[in-house]
Write a protein that binds this ligand. Sequence first.
Ligand code: C2E
Ligand code: CA
Ligand code: CA
Length: 648
Amino acid sequence: MFNVLAQYWGTIRRSFAAADSAALKQAQLRVMIYQLPMMYGLLIINTWGMVLPHEDAIPGWQGVACPVVFTGICVLRVVSWIRRARTGVTAGNAAAIMRNSGRLAWVFSISFTAWSLSLLPYGGAAFKLHVAFYMAITVIGVIFCLMHVIKAAFTVTAIVNGALVVTFLSSGNSVFQAIAIDTSLVSLAMLVVSFTHFKNFSDLVAAQGENKRLANIDSLTNLPNRRAFFASLDKHFDSAQTSGSRLAVGLVDLDGFKSVNDIHGHSVGDHVLAEVASRLATAARGATTLARLGGDEFGIIVTDDCTDTGLSQLGLSICDVFRHPVLAGDISVRLGATIGFSTYPHTSRNKADLFEAADYALYEGKRCSRGTVTIFSETHRNEIIRESRIAQALRSPDLGSELHLAFQPIFSLDQQRTVGFEALARWQSALLGTVAPGEFIPAAERSGVINELTLALFTKALACAKQWPAHIGLSFNLSAHDFASEPTVKELAQRILSSGIEPARLDFEITETAMANDFDQVQKTADVLRGLGCGLSVDDFGTGYSSLSYLCNLPLTRLKIDRTFVSGLKKGTTAFTVVRTLLNLSRQMALDCVIEGVETAAELKTVAALGATLVQGYYCSRPMDAPAVAAFLKKEEGVEEPDWLPEN
Ligand code: C2E
Ligand code: CA
Ligand code: CA
């Protein structure tokens, strides 16, 4: 029994301690706003209901003046609670209101008890019973109304009923004594019920608080999640707008993370993400908010130093955390981060624009300067405007006829002749004039028309290649979006089969970035194309986030070494070592290797000395129109009229 009571007392103490939580105070106040006016109304009505039938017996100051003053105070309290109901409760004022209410419970209880007991001498047994009934029933009503403010309910019960019980027990009248005992038992039961209710209430508030916390936290990294990020952005944007201060949004995307999941599995991926998040949290201390937006993308809100210099410094310190590899057990993973920032009001006028601009800066960073910081600028804004014009023009019904292909020879140094042509898209738009593929291909990818465009170009490329001799191959560029689209790949396969061209003459070029997408899908597409007998090249090798695992895990046939390594290639330079290493690598892996962007005789000599067998570049030939291909091949072979030319 003692143990049960001790446990119960412990529960009461813990609940009282929990009542200090700010969230609970706010929740209590929200209930009190409706219950306390009712309680004061009850007090007023009960009080007058008690004095009016006995007005002749009670002296005026006690029978009229005290109830009038008491009523006045109660009315004032009701008015103040009604006002509070209108203005609402904030975390700021909740604590003070609760403190005041606690003090008022003491003042009210003591004065109410003193006044009620002071009436006892003025009447007979029936009057005394009425006073006792008034006190007991009022306290029961008050306990109900104060159920959510359990401390105040305890205070009122202890003071009012304590005084009533002591007075009646000591009266010597057995009826009064029985009433005292009954009243205290009922009050005790009421308190127990109220306490249980309060405990459930405070547990519910705590659970709601925990649910809210969980709904706003990313369970893997313990960082705020996407929802919390946007709530924080709303808050900081509104305050920046009101105060005229600056605000910056940053988006961080990990480079090379997808391959971690693909190669080592999701549990290693999760481990790596948690470690990355903790490094980012240390590096982004200057930021107001750092959140995980999903996958390997993180969001930053900066309110302090939003200058370009400040943001660059913050961004670089974030990129710097990847200088050291991330360890997951005995697996060591090398990652990078690309960051895009945008600022308000400097380059973005509203919240949605601010986020989109950061996204654009990130996209640009991923495209052109991985592993560094890109800050959205007016130039980007102009690019967006231009891109939206391009996107519009790409929807032109005449697009098919506006597109054509240029072909650049791929030259074999061993055979001293052209072995194939790379098809390069050209667009002569009626609206915009000549648009470079470097502009319209990304625009088509973004506006979702790339698959149609690829298929239209591929049909043209097949038609041209059909005119060439059988030993001349066709290299065709695929976008990451094509590679990821099953219907597009099916359609490509169908067109190859119905073209009558030997699939072995075809070679599809994809960049490393394309391979970094959904690896299962990349593998599926690679298998389909290789299954047909087509070749598969990694384009611009060395410029992306090169992962040798792709070379091992995909059925590739060729590497194309990017021209950035070839430009001004000289012995003793890093580029020279890179080209030599990549040539060795391709030899070891039994892959063909094309050196792109050979522009000078010196470059050709150097790459030839390094053992290159296939080259492509302005030195050999610039890209040419389809009709020029025949003349080019004819000239190369020194034949007046090659037999593969179609007869007129
Ligand atoms: P890429 O696939 O790396 O194509 C080679 C680019 O380098 C071509 O630019 C070509 O004209 C240029 N080039 C060739 N030799 C030299 C050289 O010696 N020096 C220099 N400075 N440049 C050289 P182009 O035609 O402007 O194409 C740019 C990019 O647009 C292509 O790069 C490719 O990524 C993309 N692209 C072109 N056509 C298509 C297409 O049909 N589909 C897709 N998805 N992308 C395409
Ligand atoms: Ca290419
Ligand atoms: Ca290339």
